[in-house]
Design a protein around this ligand. Structure first.
Ligand code: SF4
Length: 433
């Protein structure tokens, strides 16, 4: 039997590290179990919340360790890999994920094998190669997978208490058990600050499969609340939106997700509300039309406010996302953002400071956006600050030139001042999510 462990890094950046269920490992394990049955022993090595000095006590011996790396957790993943290597030198280490795709050469110096592209199609081949002692250094899948060809991810590989938890929705649903789901991949927009590697056509799971997965979560784990992790939980295509939302509605759950600020009509909002949508996060990003144009956000602020009103009319709460420090930002962004918040009157706000994530156009072409330097300390690439200590200041991972293509570059001091000022007001008003 081949013993495989999927490593979940410590995630010391999250206030609630168990709030996000790790769907990628669950998809991969479900596929492997279906294909290989009891030839494999599959387990998740869940290090979330484990203090760095204690990690060594949580590392069981396996033949193969798998990893999926985003940029902020890459340093932790490398450290865990190093520890495992020193304790179990014969084991193999295979990694995929966004950061590996962006930096394949450097990743190959750390791991025995790397996976480029979506992993579902190729993981069976990789494990067959391991069983045949013929593991290659690089596996590449250039095709977009058909989401409907794969089963929903079984949650049983996680500790029972890590599958669903209370507090995913507030108000009357606060004590209901909830969990994360992902029913689509891709985004048809191309915001310049976004590190989404899934640009292109949006692929949705078929409504029947959406219903099946939710019914499984309800039956096995008592789930009544969902957080949709899809880039756009309300599809922009009306026909798809209708069948997608109705399939969720058939299951009688309550849910939250993310939505574009424009382009969704009231009849679809009504269907979303009837389908149990309770809250939507909306990426406004900036209240400066100039900034929105530079980052290619393709939203209209007036229409965004109208959309928020429509959502409220149908009983859907809004959580607005803003990023301070984007290219072209004016010095008075804090007061302008506050004016927007006062008018829109959202249920909550998430305020972050811009981070030029690898994979985004801004990271790839900093000069074009007036950035003088980018700090490659990946540990600082996080978007949530002040989780443990409200006085914690965001780490600035970049600096603007004094003169940018849009005039005088905003200074890091000013960005932090705007952030602190606005964050303090939001905290006092209990608007922080
Ligand atoms: S920020 Fe949102 S809308 Fe823009 S490209 Fe990324 S996922 Fe798509």
């Amino acid at each position: 039997m081949l013993h495989i462990g999927f490593v979940l890094p410590p995630d010391n950046q999250s206030f609630l590290p168990f709030r996000n269920q790790p769907l990628t490992p669950l998809y991969i394990f479900t596929i492997l179990e279906e294909k290989f049955g009891d030839k494999l022993d599959l387990s998740i090595i869940d290090l979330r919340g484990v203090r760095p000095e204690n990690i060594k006590y949580y590392l069981p011996e396996k033949d193969v360790y798998l990893y999926t790396a985003m940029t902020p957790d890459y340093p932790d993943i490398c450290e865990v890999k190093g520890l495992l290597n020193s304790i179990y030198p014969k084991a193999l280490h295979i990694a995929g994920g966004t950061h590996i795709n962006l930096f394949p050469d450097k990743s190959l110096q750390v791991f025995d094998s790397i996976v480029l592209g979506e992993g579902e199609e190729i993981i069976v081949q990789i494990i067959e190669d391991v069983l045949n002692r013929a593991l290659k250094h690089i596996y590449k899948n250039t095709k977009l997978i058909d989401l409907n060809s794969y089963p929903y991810p079984l949650r049983k590989y996680l500790n029972l208490r890590a599958i669903a938890e209370k507090g995913l929705l507030r108000g009357s649903n606060i004590s209901s058990f909830g969990t994360n789901v992902l029913f689509s991949r891709g985004c048809s927009f191309q915001c310049k600050f976004c590190a989404n590697l899934n640009f292109g056509p949006v692929r949705y799971r078929a409504p029947k499969l959406v219903e099946q997965e939710i019914e499984y979560l309800k039956k096995e784990y008592g789930v009544k609340v969902l957080a949709l992790k899809d880039d756009n939980a309300i599809p922009l295509n009306k026909k798809i939106a209708k069948s997608f939302l109705e399939s969720i509605g058939n299951t009688n759950v309550k849910w939250r997700g993310q939505s574009r600020a424009n382009g969704i009509s009231e009849d679809i909002v009504k269907i979303a509300a009837e389908a149990g949508c309770s809250d939507l996060g909306i990426g406004i990003e900036s209240v400066s039309p100039k900034v929105l144009k530079i980052i290619n956000k393709k939203i209209d602020l007036r229409k965004a406010k109208e959309y928020i009103e429509v959502l409220k009319k149908h009983g859907i709460g809004t959580r607005l996302h803003f990023i301070l420090g984007l290219p072209g930002e004016p010095n008075d962004i804090a007061s302008r953002t506050l004016d927007f918040i006062n008018e829109a009157d959202p249920k909550s706000v998430i305020l972050t400071v811009f981070t030029p994530y690898p994979g985004s156009e801004i990271f790839d072409s900093p000069k074009k956006f007036g950035l003088k330097k980018i700090n490659p300390n990946w540990r600082g690439y996080q978007s949530a600050f002040g989780r443990f200590d409200e006085n914690e200041k965001p780490e600035m991972m970049f600096e603007y030139e004094s003169m940018t293509p849009w005039g005088k570059g905003i200074s890091n001091e000013k960005i932090l001042e705007n952030y602190s000022k606005l964050q303090a007001i939001l905290r006092e008003r209990k608007l922080i999510f």
